[in-house]
Structure formats: C-alpha cells, structure tokens
Design a protein around this ligand. Structure first.
Ligand code: HEC
Ligand code: HEC
Length: 334
C-alpha cells in the first residue's frame, strides 16, 4: 500500500496538521487533497509536517511549533520559551512569518538563510537537543518521511534537504492582508484616523522608520536601541558574533508585521505590551539610564503626547494580517 500510494499518505498526515491549525483558511480544508504534481508543493508539505513534528527533538516532546505558535504569528507568548525538559534559553522567540525576504536570521544574525538556520534549534541543547545525525537517522528510517524526501528532493533526508524543506514551508508564511496594506494600496477607509495619525508619528516625530523601513518594516540592519548596559542587560547580541565591541548591544531590527499578536517584545522579552515598547522609545533613559552604545538616532525623550502614543499603537495594530485580527483586538484592548 505505501509503495502504491506514497504521496497521498504523506499529504494526509500534512493535512491532519492543517486541520488542527486554526489560522489556516477553510479553503484548504475542503475537498479531498489531490496528489501533488508540483515538486515545490511536495517540499512545502514536507516542511510543514517537519515543523509540527516533535520527532525532531531528543525526547520527542518539542517541535518548532512548540515555540513558534501559529496562532501568535509563529512567535511565543512568554519572554523565554522552554525547550526539552523545560530548559530555558536567553532570548525571546521571534515570529518566523515574513522571513522570506530577510538577509539574516536570529536576533544576532548568526545564520544567513532560513535553510541554514534550521539545524540550529534542532541541535541546540536548550531547544530540541537532537544531534543532526540522529535527526537524519530518524527521518530516513521512517518510511513516510523517506518517501516524502524522495518525492520532494529525489534523495534521502540530509542536512541540506531538511533545511530546504523547513525553509520552503516558512517561505509560505508571508502576510500581506492587513488594513495597512489595503490603505497603502489606495483604500483610504481601511485604517481609522488614529492609525493614520500614528503613521505620521511613525515616520516623523517618532523616527521609527529610520530603522523599521521597507515593506516588512525592518531595514534588515543591526542596531542598538539601548537595551544593553553590560550588567543586568548583558546580551552583547551582534557584538558576540563579530567580535567587534562597537557592535555590542546591537540586535536585528525586527519586522513589525503582526507585532500586536507577538508579545512579549525585544530580544529578551522584557516588554509585555506594545504600549510599554512605545513608552520605552518615548523616554528610554527612564527605563535604562545606563545604556551602553545606544544608537545616535535614539537621543532622548521623544515628547510624544498621550494621544500620540495611542495613535502610534493604533498604527502598529493596523499592521496585523486579517487572520490574526481577533487576537490583536484582545491583545491591545484598553
Ligand atoms: C525552544 C523554543 C524554540 C524551538 C523549539 C524552535 N525555535 Fe526557532 N527560535 C527560537 C528562539 C528563542 C529564536 C531566537 C534565537 C536567537 O536569536 O538567538 C528562534 C529563531 C528562529 C528563527 C529566526 C527568525 C528571525 O527572524 O531571525 C527561525 C527562522 C526559526 N527560529 C525557525 C525554527 C525552526 C524551523 C524550528 C524547528 C526546527 C525552530 N525554530 C525551533 C525558539 C525556538
Ligand atoms: C535605531 C533603530 C530603531 C529605531 C529608531 C526604532 N527601532 Fe524599534 N527596534 C529596533 C531594534 C534593533 C529592535 C530590537 C531591539 C532589541 O531586541 O534589543 C526593535 C524592536 C522594536 C519592537 C519589538 C518587536 C518585537 O518583535 O519584539 C517594536 C514594537 C518596535 N521596535 C517599534 C518601534 C517604534 C514604534 C519606534 C519609533 C517610536 C521604533 N521601534 C524605533 C530598532 C529601532
């Protein structure tokens, strides 16, 4: 049976993962799933299955989705996510949505591509804690996976095809259906007056767009916004990768798409709400008076009024894809 119908079997399992994912559109749940003819589709489905499979962790309890939760735009709801046996890392789990256009991965950019990034969490003892060799052995000794890799990549699971499959799936997670997108495409009524004023604060008085620019609101650069003081805030970020002290305290400028549903915020998860983030930028010295190497564009109090803080928050919420609209509403209700 499995040799006669190998593809539908793999797809069936992927479809099960789909059914349990509330963020999926109902279109994909309709009608029997046809066999993929397109190798790209086979790669995406394989990557989807891998992403949700705890088989990739040492004790088979943790999947990529344990930390990158679909209903929170593939981010986590805690400052620091637990890996196998509840072990904690030191950094906040970022969204993996809208990563197809990124030029570096991780808060410190230590991986360059989605393809290369994938083996890091699998091998990380604090996350999935599974040596790569063992991961590949498990996959290649599983008839369903062996067949799915053969169909997708004409060969067994290797470090390269594992990374490519996970990347293929994650590249399908770009979001472009937010009220802001409709506004930017000419629908003036798509966002309310507060969000419109907030947009002006974002590009003007708030100076946010100096770093959060482009269609995903990230310049793909590393900057130090002042959350590094060499003491309690001791993560050197980019500096630990390049070895250059001038890079200490620099972190990747994160995309702001769907940011309303990815709390808590920053590389260490230190801010619980968007409002706290905005209040930080409004008066950084009040929160971290002894920052080391803070970016010259973040000089001192922005002097945003309470109304401008509200407006900026409305603008950030307008960057939420429609599939997360209800969650965003709950997250920022005040
Ligand atoms: C235990 C929680 C955990 C698990 C499990 C996990 N991640 Fe992550 N992920 C993180 C954290 C934390 C970071 C940020 C780490 C850093 O920057 O140093 C991250 C970063 C990433 C990034 C970089 C995103 C960006 O914009 O820089 C990608 C992509 C990613 N993970 C994909 C995956 C994939 C694929 C898997 C499964 C193979 C996975 N993660 C498993 C917690 C997790
Ligand atoms: C000098 C560049 C720079 C400027 C200016 C800037 N940001 Fe940021 N932003 C960053 C960096 C870098 C991070 C990540 C910092 C960290 O984790 O230590 C960040 C993080 C954030 C986050 C958290 C996102 C997440 O997923 O955790 C939000 C929200 C945000 N910025 C909004 C804004 C707003 C609103 C403004 C304007 C008031 C602004 N930023 C101005 C560079 C900048």
């Amino acid at each position: 049976m499995s040799s006669r119908f190998p593809i539908p079997m793999a797809i069936l399992i992927a479809a099960t993962a789909l059914l349990s994912s509330p963020w999926q559109s109902s279109a994909s749940l309709a009608a029997p799933v046809p066999a993929p003819i397109d190798p790209h589709e086979a790669r995406v489905e394989l990557g989807r299955r891998l992403f949700f499979d705890p088989l990739l962790s040492g004790d088979r309890t943790v999947s990529c989705a344990s930390c990158h939760k679909p209903e929170h735009a593939f981010a986590d709801t805690v400052a620091v996510s637990p890996g196998v046996s509840g072990r904690l890392g030191t950094r906040n789990t970022p969204t993996v949505m809208n990563t197809s256009g990124r030029t570096s991965m991780f808060w410190d950019g230590r991986a360059e591509t989605l393809e290369d990034q994938a083996v890091f969490p699998i091998e990380n003892p604090l996350e999935m804690d599974l040596p790569l060799d063992e991961a590949l052995r498990r996959l290649n000794s599983d008839p369903g996976y062996a067949e799915a890799f053969r169909v997708a990549y004409a060969g067994p699971a290797t470090a390269r095809t594992l990374g490519r499959a996970l990347a293929a799936f994650q590249k399908t997670l770009d979001t472009t259906d937010s009220p802001y997108d409709r506004y930017a495409h000419g629908d003036d009524a798509a966002i309310d007056e507060s969000a419109k004023r907030g947009r002006l604060v974002f590009i003007g008085k708030g100076k946010c767009a100096e770093c959060h620019s482009g269609e995903d609101f990230t310049s793909d650069r590393f900057r130090n916004i002042g959350l590094f003081n060499r003491v309690a805030l001791g993560d050197r970020g980019r500096g630990a990768i390049t070895g250059d002290p001038a890079d200490d305290g620099q972190f990747k400028v994160p995309s702001l798409r769907n940011v309303a549903v990815t709390a808590p915020y920053m590389h260490n998860g230190m801010f619980a709400t968007l409002r706290q983030v905005i209040e930080y930028y409004n008066n950084p010295d009040k929160v971290v008076p002894d920052a080391h190497g803070r970016d010259a564009s973040i000089t001192g109090p922005l002097q945003l009024s309470a109304a401008e803080v509200d407006d900026l928050e409305s603008f950030l919420v307008a960057l939420t894809d429609d599939r997360f609209a209800a969650a965003a509403d709950t997250a920022v209700r005040r």
